[in-house]
Ligand binder design. Structure first.
Ligand SMILES: Nc1nc2c(ncn2[C@@H]2O[C@H](COP(=O)(O)OP(=O)(O)O)[C@@H](O)[C@H]2O)c(=O)[nH]1
Ligand SMILES: [Mg+2]
Length: 469
């Protein structure tokens, strides 16, 4: 009888220990957000790499878990949703190790990383000595992110918004002359559906050319259709101001057809995408490639700034729309990061940070007002270039040193001055900032497959620090 009682008690305590252990295991879903080329995929690859190698290289200052030597081990796992392909972590690291940047992203992928660590809480350590925390990260083409803006717009509003953007057509070279298709509407016998199909094809061609020249283009699937290549849902386009005035065809029918396609796109393409991948996140990091604005013409930079501010508005957590329901319930911390900070001399890092702050100021205030904790920093997922002081015309000048991608030549560059705010970028004539394409400097800095970075430890502390027991 006694033995039976003891067994039962043991069983019970094992069971409660098990459920307590389960309760102490945490999961963080991190949304890595940013336009194409912002540095999302490289960021994810580096983040994972730093965590997998933390005990070997002591590479994460500011990440307390690492500094206090409490991380036992990290391990890659499959994300429970088996329908999502795995993030190509190994391929990305292999590319970096060979001195190449990973290929740009063409579809959604995800990865889970589990960290087992020692808790510093003596009470918790009595129950579970070595808790685990898992981080899920999702990667997707930045081209698709911009469509979030469309969720706030009717066809008419969208058409007007992108109509303004396409006014500056001479800014971009393209062989696709979609606007000239409107001339065909002088012919009353034209088949409207055929015409829409043809014009949409031209419009997609135009957007692809524009995107290739660094513009942010909407709808994102027109630039990178993924599985929608050739699907009729992509057969729509905006109506430029006054373009239907000379039309001998029923313009109401045209508008109706385009609106139908637009609404279908919103409902069947964008909404499920954001519902599937964005609704579950706890933490978000918005990566911004501020430097790419500095070497563009004013008009091109203004276009990107406008897309960014529209996007951030769509994220406003307090909006009384369904985007609020998508994002707000979960996300309690938001980090804005200016990426590729290795391309800025050390004495100008603060300028990069204040430039980012000026870009996101309105959004950050809103987010804080809503009670979401927000942070702002500069980082470099892979430190390709390095800050140095060089003597130029007898003076010591803060520069960057890197290896050029095109010919592997080592160069020391004074890139110019980062403006302290977006207003200052637009209000005076700046010398374009020099941004040569550097190779990831992994081979030079590491004999042991370490990926050099700037401030990834700080990012990890912000993302995970307060979740650890
Ligand atoms: N110098 C430097 N360049 C970077 C860094 N991260 C990304 N890049 C560059 O930016 C490009 C785009 O990065 P990627 O992560 O593919 O951007 P994504 O489109 O947001 O996923 C890379 O191919 C690199 O040329 C960095 O930390 N430092
Ligand atoms: Mg990518």
């Amino acid at each position: 009888m006694q033995q039976m009682l003891k067994d039962t008690l043991d069983k019970l305590s094992r069971k409660s220990k098990h459920s307590l252990e389960r309760a102490t295991n945490q999961n963080v879903k991190l949304a890595v957000t940013g336009f194409q080329g912002a540095g999302k995929s490289v960021f994810i690859a580096s983040l994972i790499h730093q965590l997998l190698h933390v005990n070997r290289y002591n590479n994460l200052p500011f990440f307390k878990l690492a500094e206090e030597d409490r991380l036992i081990a990290a391990q890659l796992e499959v994300v429970p949703d088996l329908t999502i392909p795995e993030f190509p972590y190994q391929a990305s690291v292999n590319a970096l190790m060979e001195g190449d940047w990973p290929e740009s992203t063409r579809s959604v992928s995800a990865l889970r990383l589990s960290l087992r660590y020692k808790t510093e809480n003596s009470l918790i350590s009595k129950i579970v000595e070595k808790p685990t925390i898992t981080i899920d990260v999702y990667d997707y083409p930045g081209e698709w992110l911009v469509d979030l803006i469309m969720l706030n717009q009717s066809y008419e509003e969208w058409s007007e918004y992108v109509g303004k953007l396409t006014k500056n057509e001479e800014l971009y070279e393209s062989s696709a002359d979609w606007k000239s298709c409107f001339v065909e509407l002088n012919d009353s016998s034209i088949d409207i559906d055929e015409w829409i199909k043809r014009t949409a094809e031209q419009y997609r061609g135009y957007l692809k050319d524009k995107a290739a020249q660094g513009a942010i283009c909407m709808p994102g699937r027109f630039v990178l259709p993924g599985e929608l290549e050739g699907a009729p849902v992509l057969d729509f386009f905006p109506i430029p101001e006054g373009a239907l005035e000379q039309s001998k065809v029923d313009t109401e029918t045209i508008k109706e057809r385009l609106k139908e396609k637009y609404d279908f796109y919103l409902k069947q393409v964008i909404t499920p995408f954001f519902e599937n991948y964005f609704s579950q996140f706890d933490r978000q990091i918005i990566l911004v490639d501020c430097l790419s604005l500095l070497n563009k013409s004013k008009q091109r930079a203004q276009e990107i700034e406008s897309a960014l501010s529209h996007l951030l508005k769509a994220f406003h957590y307090g909006h009384s729309n369904w985007i609020k329901r998508l994002f707000k319930p979960q996300i309690d911390k938001l980090i804005f990061a200016a990426t590729k900070s290795d391309q800025v001399p050390s004495n100008q890092q603060y300028r990069l940070q204040s430039f980012l702050q000026s870009l996101v100021y309105a959004s950050e205030s809103k987010v804080r007002f809503e009670g979401v904790e927000s942070h702002l920093l500069t980082l470099s997922s892979i430190r390709a270039a390095e800050a140095v002081v060089a003597e130029i015309n007898g003076e010591n000048v803060h520069c960057v040193k890197g290896t050029l991608k095109e010919n592997n030549e080592e160069v020391i560059v004074y890139p110019g001055e980062v403006p302290e705010s977006i207003d200052s970028l637009f209000s005076r004539e700046h010398e374009p900032y020099e941004l040569p394409a550097y190779s990831p400097n992994v081979l030079n800095t590491s004999a042991h497959s370490e990926l050099p970075h700037i401030r990834m430890g700080k990012v990890l502390e912000l993302v995970l620090g307060d979740k650890l027991l």
